[in-house]
Write a protein of this length. Structure first.
Length: 457
């Protein structure tokens, strides 16, 4: 125990040079035993002089209560090095046994990479606000004077993500208000923070979905929003730059999915050739199998085609018009949903609007198709036979039906997929086009059978 007395004496005398010398000549097992016999206040001084490797090894082997006391009193720089060096599982176990307010403060000491790991290990799901937030912000108490707030900002604000908004918390760390910095600038220094408070604030739950954050920022024109746990304790903030980056990523993924591909999840210039093919091949195979149904549908109407070969001339015109109208509607609805303009509860409004739109667009294309056949027939560009009027009417009514169906399909599929919990972007333009291609043929030949029955059919 002689070594213990020497180290104890150095700590009491705060003789750091002699303390380092004694530690250097002490075996680790003996040193750990000495640490366990010291009160927390003395353990801290010992950890201040331990090298990083020894400090990490010893910290992992101490009791939870000892680790709490040490990390709370260590200088920020030393505490940051220690926490950043801890293995993920050890750090997570340690954090899980601490109050939310303490965890928030400790996470702020981690570098970006380790913070991301820590947040993930702590159970914040992928796509949750917990993965997006930063612990660097300014929080004050309502009984502080404005002068104290400015002094605190000068001291701590340098490391804050933003000082545009100051957050007010109670003694338990519960968020009770947020105040813009400009409101502090035009009052006397002896005024209290409580004089500026209206207890009206917006906040995010750490478990909220990130996509909801984008909508909230867009609607409320905020620089930053606070993040709380389920008890209302402030644990972080989400800033506008992170939301803009998130929105860009979401838009990129949606555009790629709308184009009939999986989201690449990395820049085009950096993705490997193998991954690029894998991301694109799956949807192409699905769409190809879907288009095979078109050939099956045509086979069912082989008799009608053999009797009226002229019908085959307009198959590409009919199915492409339906696919195009469906793709238009799908893209418009997906974007409106992304912007928060419509939800599943608005399905009847969307359906009514798209029924009218589909009919009008179908009439326009139907008239164009009818005029095309009429002009070609009258000016002898092409002879559609003695029953050319029946052909023209078939194209006219078929286009109305196909465009209407394409518009309805394209607008309803994203809403339905959202309701089922799927990604609306998955009802991409190519997917809608494939669906409308098959059903469009059925509509076309059904109309042809009705209009041409008794003549060509």
């Amino acid at each position: 125990m002689a070594n213990f007395q020497n180290i104890k004496s150095c700590i009491l005398d705060k003789d750091l040079k002699k303390l380092k010398e004694n530690i250097r000549h002490t075996k680790f097992t003996e040193l750990l035993n000495i640490i366990n016999h010291l009160p927390d206040t003395e353990k801290v001084l010992l950890f201040e002089v331990l090298d990083e490797k020894q400090a990490l090894k010893a910290f992992k082997l101490l009791s939870l209560s000892s680790r709490k006391g040490i990390i709370k009193q260590l200088q920020h720089e030393k505490a940051a090095k220690l926490l950043n060096s801890l293995p993920d599982d050890d750090r997570t176990t340690f954090f899980e046994n601490l109050p939310s307010r303490t965890v928030k403060e400790l996470i702020a000491l981690l570098n970006d990479e380790e913070r991301a790991h820590a947040l993930q290990q702590l159970g914040y799901k992928e796509g949750s606000v917990g993965r997006l937030m930063t612990p660097h912000y300014i929080a004050v108490k309502q009984n502080w004077s404005i002068g104290e707030v400015f002094d605190f900002i000068k001291q701590k604000g340098k490391n804050s993500e933003t000082v545009n908004v100051i957050y007010v918390v109670d003694d338990n760390g519960v968020l009770i208000d947020d105040i813009r910095i400009r409101d502090f600038l035009f009052v006397e220094r002896d005024k209290k923070v409580s004089d500026l408070m209206d207890y009206q604030f917006l906040s995010l739950l750490v478990t909220d979905k990130q996509e909801n954050t984008i909508e909230l920022f867009r609607k409320n024109n905020r620089f930053a929003l606070p993040v709380t746990d389920d008890k209302g304790i402030l644990i972080g903030i989400v800033t506008i730059d992170d939301v803009l980056r998130l929105a860009e990523e979401e838009n990129t993924r949606d555009i790629q999915k709308i184009g009939g591909s999986e989201a690449l999840d990395e820049p085009y210039t950096q993705i490997s050739f193998t991954n690029l093919i894998r991301k694109r091949a799956g949807w192409l195979i699905i769409l190809f199998l879907g288009e095979m149904l078109t050939a099956t549908a045509m086979g069912k109407f082989e008799g009608e085609i053999s009797k009226a070969v002229v019908l085959a001339l307009f198959i590409p015109l009919i199915i492409s018009s339906g696919g195009n109208s469906g793709s238009q509607a799908s893209s418009i609805i997906i974007r409106a949903m992304a912007l928060g303009e419509i939800r599943f509860s608005n399905w009847w409004y969307v359906m009514r609007k798209e029924i009218i739109s589909g009919l009008v667009l179908g009439l326009i294309l139907g008239l164009v198709g009818f005029l095309r056949i009429f002009i070609w027939q009258q000016f002898h560009f092409y002879n559609y036979g003695e029953h050319w009027l029946n052909v023209a009417l078939t194209v006219f009514f078929a286009l109305i039906g196909v465009v209407l169906w394409g518009t309805l399909s394209g607008s309803m599929l994203p809403l339905l997929l959202k309701k089922l919990g799927a990604d609306p972007a998955a009802s991409s333009a190519p997917f809608v086009a494939t669906l409308v291609d098959v059903t469009g043929l059925v509509i076309y030949f059904s109309v042809a059978y009705i209009v041409m029955s008794g003549t060509l059919l």
